[in-house]
Design a protein around this ligand. Structure first.
Ligand code: MN3
Length: 246
């Protein structure tokens, strides 16, 4: 008797739930579906990929507040402004990749140059970081670094110098040039080695943001200390993959 009552009660409850669900799907769900579709069709084409670590996970080199502001404010603004520029300048991003857009950046506005570079550079930068760095690459990349720079330490010194000596804001780069040789250099502002306007040219393998917004809260004027700490968070697996695919 008790069991029967319980199951009858359960049936009534289930029936009520079903009725409620049907009512929901008839009214709320279509509206929700429209909202999703609308969101999709008007959504901005260039998006930030989610970080593969938390803001506080890289504190051996970069503090959590800097990471959060850098990702959610600075880098987010580059993505937003790039999307405005591609709409204003009628770029069909379904047929033009960001890489090829950067390769012809001299044909576009300063807004496209600053924000196209800004978006590309930051996406590459975030992906190049990890709380669990192997501290050095392995295999073919390590061998070519030794071949092209003399030693891994010599490479690190040269890369750090490129970052330290970049006057004002910019980036330090490890690049595979068009002769498949590794080179180091730097670019001003948000320029990068893919741009036709850049002196430094090739495939970017590793980039370091040396804008003050990337380090000032923790390091103030001590950019060299920030660069020294950067080596503890480099994701060499990702850099090696870029090298192998270049
Ligand atoms: Mn930055």
């Amino acid at each position: 008797m008790t069991t029967k009552n319980t199951s009858r009660r359960a049936f009534i409850t289930d029936a009520a739930k079903t009725t409620a669900a049907v009512a929901l799907s008839a009214t709320v769900l279509p509206a929700f579906a429209n909202m999703v579709n609308e969101k999709r069709s008007t959504s901005i084409p260039y998006k930030q990929r989610p970080l593969q670590y938390g803001y506080a996970d890289l504190e051996m080199a970069v503090d959590a507040t800097t990471m959060e502001i850098h990702y959610t404010k600075h880098a987010a603004a580059y993505a937003k402004n790039l999307n405005e520029a591609v709409v204003a300048e009628k770029v069909d991003i379904s047929s033009v990749s960001l890489e090829s857009l950067l390769g012809k950046i001299s044909k576009y506005s300063p807004k496209m140059r600053n924000n196209g570079g800004g978006h590309y550079n930051h996406e590459l930068f975030w992906e190049s970081l990890t709380p669990k760095s192997s501290m050095k690459p392995e295999g073919k990349l390590f061998a070519q670094i030794e071949k092209d720079f003399g030693s891994f330490d010599a490479f690190k010194t040269k890369f750090a110098d490129a970052g330290k000596n970049r006057f004002g804001s910019g980036w330090a780069w490890l690049v595979l040039d068009n002769n498949k040789k590794l080179i180091i250099g730097s670019t001003p502002n948000q320029d990068n080695p893919l741009m036709d306007v850049s002196e430094l040219k090739g495939t970017p393998l590793l980039g370091l943001d040396v804008w003050e917004h990337a380090y000032y809260l923790k390091y103030q004027n001590k950019r060299p200390d920030y660069i020294a700490a950067f080596w503890s968070i480099v994701n060499w697996d990702v850099v090696t993959k870029r090298f192998e695919q270049a």
